[in-house]
Design a protein around this ligand. Structure first.
Ligand code: MG
Length: 279
């Protein structure tokens, strides 16, 4: 058998083909409030008060995983122990998830306004010939509501994959791969993931995609546009710097304030692809 002295590496140098957008905190629900308030409520119903910060910690995950992760936060587990004289277990997680689903369905539409700049950014993505996919920690039933609300407001992605559609949600890459399949797009380095949480970024990286973190409009700051407006500028600056740091430390290729900042980044990524760079 011939012995080869050289091997060759194939490099994709074409342009981006698609962008995969998260939902809450990325395209709608500025501050990512809808799930946060419901997590607080399901714990309240178990007699265990949790703060909105504790509720927000695991954001981006499948909602049942999220409830479990809250129960594992040391301060929450201790409070649970004080109140119930035992640690929270999987039955508690299941019971809270059963409470969670109808409560979330009830209030989703109240938080369905698009984040300012979303329609313009989506228009820019289309102008660049990109397909638009989406992933979310919400379940299919919930997305039934949100897809309708978004559509009435003029936002209609080409594909939507939910945490409940795949074997596991974020940070695993399956929702992104399912999007690629439904959009008919490859290779994965021709796709960009955009989202507002650290699991969003990990999901994109695990799928070998470019990732862009949104620091201002989602769970990292956890405030809506009016609340941000009311903050002293130096406080906001400090919060934003922290969010940028956390997202870059998770491995995001880029971090920007909101979806309105994404289009010029895509041109930059196209230049990097042309030069033979991979995510
Ligand atoms: Mg989100």
């Amino acid at each position: 058998m011939a012995k080869f002295e050289y091997t060759y590496q194939r490099t994709y140098r074409g342009p981006l083909k698609a962008v995969i957008l998260d939902w809450a905190g990325t395209t709608m629900d500025y501050g990512c409030y809808a799930p946060a308030v419901v997590f607080v409520e399901v714990y309240r119903r178990k007699g265990v008060p949790i703060s909105i910060e504790e509720a927000r910690g695991p954001m981006g995950a499948h909602k049942k995983v999220h409830i479990r992760k809250i129960s594992q936060i040391e301060s929450v587990a201790q409070r649970w122990q004080d109140i119930h004289a035992r640690q929270p277990n999987e039955d508690d997680v299941e019971a809270m998830f059963q409470d969670f689903v109808p409560l979330q369905l009830d209030c989703l539409a109240d938080y369905a306004d698009l984040i300012p700049g979303t329609l313009e950014a989506v228009g820019e993505f289309h102008r660049r010939g990109l397909k638009i996919g989406s992933t979310t920690g919400y379940l299919r039933e919930m997305m039934g509501i949100l897809v309708g609300e978004a559509s009435r407001r003029g936002y209609r992605p080409d594909a939507t994959v939910c945490a409940s559609d795949v074997p596991a949600g974020r940070p695993e890459p399956w929702m992104c791969l399912q999007n690629a399949m439904e959009l008919g797009v490859y290779p994965m380095e021709a796709i960009v993931k955009v989202g507002d949480t650290l699991p969003d970024i990990e999901e994109g990286l695990n799928a070998d995609m470019w990732t862009i973190g949104l620091a201002k409009t989602g769970n990292e700051i956890g405030l809506n546009a009016q609340e941000i407006e009311a903050l002293p500028p130096d406080v906001m600056e400090a919060k934003l710097a922290q969010a940028y740091g956390r997202m870059y430390q998770t491995g995001a290729h880029y971090v920007v304030d909101g979806i309105w900042d994404v289009p010029p980044i895509l041109d930059e990524i196209n230049e990097r692809l042309k030069a033979g760079e991979r995510p």
